[in-house]
Design a protein around this ligand. Structure first.
Ligand SMILES: NC(=O)c1ccc[n+]([C@@H]2O[C@H](COP(=O)([O-])OP(=O)(O)OC[C@H]3O[C@@H](n4cnc5c(N)ncnc54)[C@H](OP(=O)(O)O)[C@@H]3O)[C@@H](O)[C@H]2O)c1
Length: 434
């Protein structure tokens, strides 16, 4: 049986999951493909001492990634290093040496995906990146193949497992974000520097890739309004529950008649919606198609083995193409002739909002806040106040009728100057239409 030779750069979490699956599942993979995938060469900073599964057979090891990316016998190069510098060099070097490439790197593909794809098309090779978004969910294959005949109208996702774990733990236990985050760090669920996860940047890269695939538009992370979960506290879950909602870091890409609205932000979602059932570190993607209507995808967002499955499945797809010829040479990032979904600012959306205040209690507070809302032509829906003993720090919530985000942002800015507020109001959209 012919073999397709694979080179892997990076043997960390994803790299080790990938080689384990390639070793343990080699027979099944060979039966499905009709030929074997052979790991020819690997590189990592400790490649010389790294223990590799015996079943892989003889594997060349090197500390120099260039030897993998330019190896004359390697057909497919897998980049599992991460970051946007060396990773980019690895992919570009491999492509320039006429090798198809596979990556799990959302950060790089969100920033430079279109350029890398253009380079690969010119070189006549393929790029696969299934593992870059929602590790264990085959969402790229869904958007590029499974439902590619549909016209996507909206895509919603829970795309960051760490922040979803933190939010659902706050909800379950009533502990503060700081306490839950510290525990997640101790258990290895969260990075020592958690910013990419809890400030929404990781989810933003993933939404940039998914919305490019779904809408065929060149989307860059800067097109996406991004807000993290740092300000969410247990009291917000208590109020959300009173409103029959919960809170998730929601990634949203919606087509409107004026353009595409893209956001990553904490939002109130109805408890009855399927997304509210996504707990812990799981991810989910919900696609609304014009013809096929709703489809929903759920699974592990990260982890050595779930992400390894995505990389190995990409390897199989690309290897099949190399063996049997099945070119996929249209970049998934931009169908230049469409151009119908241009991103527009989130300030143009109309939503109901949840406004949470922390105030020093005194008469006239509601009147002052209502005055600003009325000035911005925002209609108040309800005022909620749970019992509170500390008159020096009273939390309460105002919900407002669907209003333009621009007006809500202006109202929040004006309210922030009021001297009875302990911090600026927290404004969260209420995604009641999910
Ligand atoms: N972890 C996940 O669950 C997950 C899920 C989806 C996507 N991803 C993406 O997958 C990629 C890899 O993530 P990871 O978690 O596996 O990272 P990781 O555990 O930090 O592994 C990175 C690997 O790259 C190697 N490396 C670093 N610099 C190198 C160089 N100059 N030459 C050769 N090898 C080098 C490291 O070698 P040493 O081990 O010797 O230091 C390590 O083996 C990232 O793009 C990440 O965003 C990860």
């Amino acid at each position: 049986m012919d073999e397709v030779n694979v080179g892997i750069v990076g043997l960390g979490n994803v790299g080790s999951g990938t080689v384990t699956i390639l070793a343990e599942n080699a027979e099944q993979i060979a039966l499905k493909l009709g030929f074997r995938l052979r790991v020819k060469s690997v590189s990592s900073l400790d490649a010389d001492t790294r223990v590799l599964p015996e079943a892989l057979g003889a594997v060349e090891r090197t500390l120099d990634w260039r030897q993998v990316a330019t190896h004359p016998e390697v057909d497919i190069v897998v980049e599992l290093v991460g970051g946007t510098t060396i990773a980019r060099e690895i992919l570009e070097t491999a492509i320039d040496h006429k090798k198809s490439v596979i990556t799990a790197n959302k950060e790089l593909m969100a920033l430079c995906g279109p350029d890398i794809w253009d380079r690969a098309i010119r070189a006549g090779v393929n790029v696969a990146m299934e593992a870059s978004v929602a590790g264990g969910i085959p969402i790229h294959a869904v958007l590029r193949e499974g439902i590619s005949g549909d016209r996507v109208e909206a895509l919603y996702g829970i795309l960051n497992g760490t922040s979803n774990f933190i939010l659902t733990e706050i909800e379950k236990r009533g502990d503060s974000l700081e306490t839950v985050l510290a525990e997640a760090q101790r258990l290895g669920y969260a990075e020592a520097n958690p910013s990419a996860d809890i400030d929404g940047f990781d989810a933003r890269s993933k939404l940039a890739i998914l919305s490019a695939l779904a809408f065929g538009e060149r989307i860059t992370p800067s097109d996406i309004y991004t807000e993290g979960i740092r300000r969410i506290s247990p009291i917000d879950f208590q109020y959300a529950q009173r409103l029959d909602h919960t809170i998730r870091l929601l990634c949203a890409a919606r087509q409107t008649k004026d353009g595409l609205i893209l956001s990553v932000r904490p939002a109130l979602i109805p408890r009855s919606t399927i997304l509210a059932s996504v707990h812990g570190s799981y991810n989910a993607v919900w696609v609304k198609g014009h013809y096929g209507e709703d489809t929903f995808y759920y699974g592990r967002g990260a982890g050595s083995r779930p992400t390894g499955v995505a990389v190995v499945s990409d390897l199989m797809r690309v290897a099949r193409e190399i063996r049997y010829g099945h070119p996929e040479r249209v970049s998934p990032f931009a169908h230049e002739r469409l151009g119908e979904y241009n991103p527009i600012p989130v300030t143009r959306q109309k939503r109901a909002y949840y406004l949470r205040f922390r105030v020093v209690d005194r008469p006239g507070i509601i009147a002052a806040l209502a005055g600003i809302l009325s000035e911005k032509r925002i209609s108040l829906d309800a005022v909620l106040q749970l019992p509170c003993d500390n008159k020096g720090d009273v939390p309460f919530v105002i919900t407002v009728e669907p209003s333009p985000e621009q007006a809500v942002q202006e109202a929040v800015e004006k309210m922030s100057a009021l001297d009875f507020l302990l911090e600026p109001p927290l404004a969260l959209p209420m995604e009641t239409g999910l």
